[in-house]
Each structure stands twice: as structure tokens, then as C-alpha cells.
Design a protein around this ligand. Structure first.
Ligand code: PLP
Length: 428
């Protein structure tokens, strides 16, 4: 099998996500044969350093031996079982562990199977919480430039026009408040208060991506905004949903981004890194108060009847437990500190280049914003193609080149990753 042969078979049948398929008339699709550690291997023998952890999920790289063994053990025992009326050990263990490592007011776990579904669940639960208490609060507030996924509810609270605008006629009505990643913290907080005041009694929840708006050009803001936002949500009696689908599990330097603000949200949505890229899984954690609002006799009609066929998939839960084992056993958060500093040291000087507008970093996320290129040039695509020739896989967001490497990346590999991009910055 060669790349060429597999590519042409693929293009006969498959419509890929977040892709203009016509692009593949000129840009080869790359069939991947295997992965090991921070590397992926294609069918023609090329090797690429996966600098974005395959859409931010493979936090411990590819084909991790420890996780492989855990999944093999689990598959011999139980691969999946319906999660309504039945339960299993991996889910119980995972829920218990997640409650113990997340902010302390979060006591209960609801399972789903992707990040967008976790957002849907948190929105539905917020709305129904108030409905169960006799109030109708149909509005949700999110931040400008936010991204929360692409199912209809998640898209409705997102603000990335590229994915959302075309569907605007059929989406839930939501409000976007100013983002601290774009305006000052003071202005953003003022705007949030204004929105909450104007729609008092109609808003169920505010949903935010703590510290980094990843799909929104990797724009970042300080933990102090979150601390104050928590207070404001309490003052106005609305829920705070923390969407840590992208930033959870060590990505911003702490296990969860909310820790840096010292806050406990009412809902915490997690996915991506939770299974280290092995299995689709997401969870929503929430408070006992929220749980209690749905706890009643069946005929009272207050049950939360959301479900997905793969809810609480056993293999996925076993893998998530293995991921947590690795965090504990290998002291990952501590070990990442040196890698974070090395990325900082190597990327900060790039800001002096005329084609670099800004270099920003939060933990294991580092973004280089380019300037001075015409939009038609699709400069991100050029960087992607040129870096690939040097064995570096990046997937820029427009004119933002970013690194979100797996935590198994070595110091030498970090140097290579940044070095390749630095050289390209001089010539592209
Ligand atoms: C912050 C955030 N929320 C939600 C999602 C949606 O997750 P999924 O792609 O698993 O549906 C993403 C995906 O990138 C995300 O970055």
C-alpha cells in the first residue's frame, strides 16, 4: 500500500471533517499507517512529529504502552454495556477520581461521548434546572470569539463565524459578551454585567473556555477574569459553565484551567485529553444542588432524559482511568513545567521578526500570530505544507501557527519543532 493508492480510495468515499474536499486536488491527503510516541508514520515511510496532538487529544502521544495494555485487559472483560439501568467498574472508578481532582463543589458526573455533546448537556441541564423550579430562562451567554463545538446548541453559544454564520437562521438565540482576550478585563467584566442586567431572569448560564479560546485563534486571558466572572454569576444567580474540553488535563499548565483562578464552576465539561486520543468520551461534572433539582418521583416529570448510545462506554472509561494513572505515576504536571519554559524560551524571541505580530503562551499551548500576508495566500496552509516536508506536523488556524504537543515530546523534539517553524518564518 502506498499513500497515493490509499488517498485515491479514500477520496472516492469519504467526506473529511473541517475540510474543503476540492483542496485535495492539489494537497495530498496523508494516509497514516501507525503512530508511536510523538510521531505518526505514513505509508510511504515519512515520519511526522505530531505538534498538535492530533486535534489536541493525544496528550501522551500515540500507541502508549501503558494505555495499550489497559485497553487490552478491559476488552477481554467487557467492551460496552448499556449505561441506563446498568453500570460498570471503570465508570465508577473514573467518576470517583474525576470528582476528587476537579474543583471541590463538583460532585456528580454525567457521561457522553464528545465535547460538543458535553456542552449540549450542560446547556440543557442549566435550562431544565430553572424549568424544574418553575422559571423559564431561554437565554445563554458566551464570550465573543468563543468556540464550543458544532452541534446546534454548541454552535449557538460559539462565536466563530467561519463555522456558525451559515446556520444563523436555525440556531438558538444566545448573547455574546465582550471577551477579555480581545478587550481589557475591566471592559469585558463591565459588558458581562450589562448583559446579565439587561436580561435578568432570562439567562440560565454563562459558558466560557477558561484561559484560552483555542479554536478562536488561540486567544488568551488571565485567571483573574474567571475569578471575577464567578462572583458576577453568583450575584446574578446564573450558572457558570466551564468548557475545559480543550484546556483540561494539563494543557494550560495546571490539571484544570479553573484551578488557576481558584474557582469552582457549576458545570465542568471535559473531553479530548480525557482518553489520550484513544476513545471518544466526554463528561460533565456538576454540583449536588443541580443533581437534586432532577431527583424526584418519575411522574413529577423533572427527570433529565438525555442519552447517547455510547454513554459511559466501558473501554473509554478504562482508558480514561489509565490516563489518570499516568498523570499520577509520572507526575506529568510537574514534568511539563520544564517543557513549558523551553517552549517559552525558544518562541519568545520570534516576536522580533517582522512577520510575527505576537507570540502567546499558556502552559503547553504556544501560538505565533503572523502578520503582513494577504488573506488569499492562505499562509497557514503554506506553513503546514512546508513544515510537513521537514517532518513537522502543524495545522495553523488561519494566520496563527500554534503548538499543542503531546506531553511525551522531548526537549530535543521541542527544539526541532520550533526550529523548523523559525526557519520557515525567515523564508516564507
Ligand atoms: C473548547 C471546546 N469545546 C468543545 C469542543 C467540541 O468538542 P468535539 O470536537 O469533541 O465535539 C471543542 C473542540 O475543539 C473545543 O475546543
Amino acid at each position: 500500500m502506498t499513500n497515493e493508492k490509499l488517498m485515491s480510495e479514500d477520496l472516492k468515499y469519504i467526506f473529511h471533517p473541517c475540510s474543503q474536499m476540492k483542496d485535495h486536488e492539489n494537497i495530498p491527503l496523508i494516509p497514516i499507517k501507525k503512530g508511536k510516541g510523538a510521531y505518526i508514520y505514513d505509508f510511504d515511510g515519512n515520519i511526522y512529529l505530531d505538534c498538535i496532538s492530533s486535534w489536541w487529544v493525544n496528550i501522551f502521544g500515540h500507541s502508549n504502552e501503558y494505555i495499550n495494555n489497559k485497553i487490552k485487559e478491559q476488552v477481554e472483560e467487557l467492551e460496552h454495556v448499556i449505561f441506563a439501568g446498568f453500570t460498570h467498574k471503570p465508570a465508577i472508578e473514573l467518576a470517583k477520581r474525576l470528582v476528587s481532582i476537579t474543583p471541590k463543589q463538583l460532585k456528580k458526573v454525567f457521561f457522553a461521548d464528545n465535547g460538543s455533546s458535553a456542552i449540549e448537556i450542560s446547556l440543557k441541564m442549566s435550562f431544565q434546572y430553572f424549568k424544574n423550579k418553575g422559571e423559564s430562562r431561554p437565554l445563554f451567554v458566551s464570550l465573543q470569539n468563543s468556540y464550543h463545538g458544532e452541534t446546534m446548541g454548541a454552535l449557538a453559544v460559539s462565536d466563530t463565524g467561519l463555522y456558525k454564520d451559515i446556520y444563523s437562521d436555525i440556531l438558538l438565540k444566545t448573547i455574546q459578551a465582550a471577551s477579555p482576550s480581545i478587550v481589557s478585563e475591566t471592559e469585558a467584566l463591565k459588558d458581562m454585567k450589562k448583559v446579565l442586567q439587561e436580561h435578568k431572569g432570562k439567562i440560565s448560564a454563562v459558558v466560557v473556555e477558561p484561559l484560552v479560546q483555542c479554536a478562536g485563534s488561540m486567544k488568551m486571558y488571565n485567571p483573574s477574569y474567571l475569578t471575577k466572572l464567578r462572583e458576577i454569576c453568583d450575584d446574578f444567580g446564573v450558572f457558570l459553565i466551564a468548557d475545559e474540553v480543550a484546556v483540561g488535563f494539563g494543557r494550560t499548565g495546571s490539571m484544570f484551567a479553573c484551578e488557576q483562578a481558584g474557582i469552582s464552576p457549576d458545570f465542568l465539561c471535559l473531553s479530548k485529553g480525557i482518553t489520550g486520543g484513544y476513545m471518544p468520551l466526554s463528561v460533565v461534572l456538576f454540583t449536588n444542588d443541580i443533581y437534586d433539582a432532577f431527583y424526584c418521583d418519575y411522574n413529577e416529570g423533572k427527570s433529565f432524559l438525555d442519552s447517547h448510545s455510547y454513554t459511559g462506554n466501558t473501554l473509554a472509561c478504562a482508558v480514561a482511568n489509565a490516563v489518570l494513572d499516568i498523570f499520577e505515576q509520572e507526575n506529568i504536571i510537574e514534568k511539563n513545567r520544564e517543557k513549558i519554559e523551553l517552549m517559552r524560551k525558544l518562541t519568545q524571541p520570534l516576536v522580533k521578526l517582522p512577520n510575527v505580530k505576537e507570540v502567546r503562551q499558556r502552559g503547553m499551548i504556544c501560538a505565533i500570530e503572523l502578520q503582513g500576508y494577504a488573506t488569499e495566500r492562505r499562509i497557514g496552509l503554506t506553513f503546514f505544507q512546508e513544515a510537513l516536508k521537514k517532518g513537522i506536523y502543524i495545522r495553523p488556524l488561519g494566520n496563527i501557527i500554534y503548538f499543542m504537543p503531546p506531553y511525551v515530546i522531548t526537549h530535543e523534539e521541542i527544539a526541532k519543532m520550533v526550529g523548523v517553524v523559525e526557519n520557515l518564518l525567515h523564508v516564507v
